[in-house]
Design a protein. Structure first.
Length: 534
């Protein structure tokens, strides 16, 4: 079911808020660049776009790490956020509109407002709880995720994800009546089939909820690093529900109704590890508070390194800077967004990254850009020539450009980023083939010996390439903001057409936008040769 979004719509999109205690790795970077590319696309499509990211700073994990480092939890998270998490955004060229931290006042106060409302609405009650808790997951574990320990943990119950012993917690807790929402949730998944995407994620959620839901413990009373419950300050709000609320407090929930109305509801992009929190618990909490549910939840897959899920517990994490220092941030963005089917697991390897960098970016896109600009410099004194008469083959190129732009937009609407990129790449491949067929260097030789028709043809061929590159710059700018910017100015388009980020992406496929007579300027290789140690 494809529902195209009209231009000018509100488009609010979020990443998960990350635990700052982990060092940022390429998995976090993957989610962030995907959300950033989607946001940039919509922003350039004229939608009223808002991209949010941030950090999840409460909970026992943070408290313990701070204690181990002999600092207060606030000092601990402040240090991590400034030293590791803000810089990640710069490293990956993420243009987020806001960054929320759950220790901010704007969050804490309004989380309390939200829970008071749930309490007043009768969805919260006090009870006794005894269950096994994983501090790594910050979650009470269901039977299916508990395994018997081995080695040093022989005889203990351990978390299947973290392989660390679980802690038996027994305390008075407040509970949220999640069990009451089973029917309404199933109704939601039925009436809005794209509420959870992709289909595999939707099926998992539907089957989970169909089996019945248990009420959810939403408070803890044995430590105080969290947000106190407004009606019982001896409890702090469970870190996961505190965290989910970020999506609402960041856009004014409880404080600025006008902003909240303008932005909410959001699209959430998350890794599949945290799908249930977003597709089950979060909409139920919103329903209980009488608020609109999210527009949708998109769960992407796992990045695998050497066949293993890369995470905090398995020390195979690779820092994004290890990649960007060598290949640059555009290549990072392009690689993860094009090589992995968005929604499915994908493997990272240095060999694959290097190979794609060389063939697709350096030899494919980069070389097309360099030689087109160089030929315009050489044969037309650096001035974009006019097209003479278009042949059927030229018109075919124009159609490829128009079709690619249309399909890419349709794919982005469906969060299918890799499909959008492969549609756009049909332009790169077509133009490289077009240059080979038309041999502009031969045309130049013939027109030098006075053949006016060949001169006209040379102009048409090079205009076609330059105009195709103009479309490529616009379409690829959400994915590769830096190299497309360089290309844009080399084409002289910045002066004649204005800023790249202001070019309407949904009109990128129109023909004849780049003006003949525009002066191009030299273009250094967009994707220079790299020496890889790998
Ligand atoms: O779960 N492959 O934070 P977190 C792909 N604070 N993506 C990965 C990944 C991998 N191997 N590893 C991590 C939390 N990610 C909570 C979220 S939201 C209200 C609270 C990405 O720091 C992926 O997006 O553990 C995953 O969902 C997220 O990092 C988990 O980040």
């Amino acid at each position: 079911r494809i529902v195209p979004m009209p231009a000018g719509d509100s488009f609010y999109i979020t990443t998960p808020i990350y635990y700052p205690s982990d060092v940022p790795h390429i998995g976090h970077g993957y989610t962030s660049v995907a959300v950033d590319a989607l946001a940039r696309w919509h922003r350039q499509g004229g939608d009223d776009t808002w991209m949010l990211t941030g950090t999840d700073e409460h909970g026992q994990k943070m408290l313990r790490a701070a204690a181990a480092n002999n600092v207060t939890p606030q000092e601990w998270v402040d240090k991590l956020v400034t030293e590791s998490w803000f810089p990640l955004l710069e490293t990956l060229d993420v243009a987020n509109d806001d960054f929320i931290r759950t220790t901010q006042e704007r969050h804490e106060t309004n989380v309390q407002t939200f829970f008071q409302r749930l309490y007043d609405n009768g969805y919260i009650y006090a009870g006794e709880y005894e269950a096994l808790y994983c501090v790594g997951c910050e979650e009470f574990k269901p039977e299916s995720e508990i395994v018997d320990g081995t080695g040093p943990f022989e005889g203990l119950k351990v978390c299947a994800i973290h392989s660390k012993p679980l802690e038996l917690l027994q305390e008075k807790n407040y509970f949220f009546k999640l069990s009451e929402f089973q029917d309404r949730l199933l109704e939601l998944y039925r009436t809005q089939p794209d509420f959870v995407r992709p289909d595999s994620a939707r099926n998992e959620v539907v089957s989970f909820v169909s089996q019945g839901l248990k009420d959810l413990s939403i408070s803890r009373s044995t430590f105080d690093w969290g947000i106190p419950l407004p009606w019982d300050e001896s409890h702090v709000i469970y870190v996961w529900v505190d965290a989910l609320l970020n999506y609402a407090t960041a856009v004014g929930y409880g404080a600025d109704q006008a902003t909240f109305d303008r932005r909410w509801p959001a699209y959430h992009v998350v890794g599949k590890d945290i799908l249930r929190f977003h597709a089950v618990i979060w909409p139920a909490l919103l329903m209980a508070a009488g608020l609109e549910v999210p527009r949708g939840v998109f769960a992407h897959g796992w990045l695998l390194v050497g066949g293993e899920k890369m995470s905090k517990s398995k020390l195979t994490g690779i820092a994004p800077t290890e990649i960007t220092d060598v290949f640059g941030s555009d290549a990072y963005r392009y690689y993860f967004l094009s090589a992995i089917a968005f929604g499915q697991d994908g493997s990272f390897s240095w060999e694959d990254l290097s190979a794609r960098y060389q063939s697709e970016l350096a030899n494919g896109f980069g070389n097309l850009a360099s030689r087109t600009v160089a030929m315009i410099e050489k044969y037309f004194g650096g001035v974009v020539p006019e097209a003479a008469e278009y042949t059927a083959r030229d018109l075919e190129i124009q159609k490829i450009v128009a079709d690619a732009a249309t399909s890419a937009d349709a794919a982005v609407e469906q969060f299918r980023i890799n499909e959008a990129i492969s549609s756009i790449w049909t332009i790169v491949d077509a133009l490289n083939g077009y240059i080979t067929e038309n041999e502009p260097w031969a045309l130049a030789k013939q027109s030098n010996s006075g053949d006016d028709e060949k001169r006209g043809r040379l102009g048409t061929v090079l205009y076609t390439c330059a105009e195709g590159l103009r479309a490529l710059a616009v379409l690829l700018s959400p994915v590769m903001p830096q190299s497309t910017e360089k290309l844009w100015s080399a084409l002289g388009a910045a002066e004649s057409l204005g800023r790249l980020q202001d070019q309407p992406i949904r009109e990128a496929g129109a023909w004849g936008v780049l003006r003949p007579g525009t002066s191009v300027s030299a273009l250094a290789p967009l994707f220079p040769r790299v020496e890889t140690a790998a």
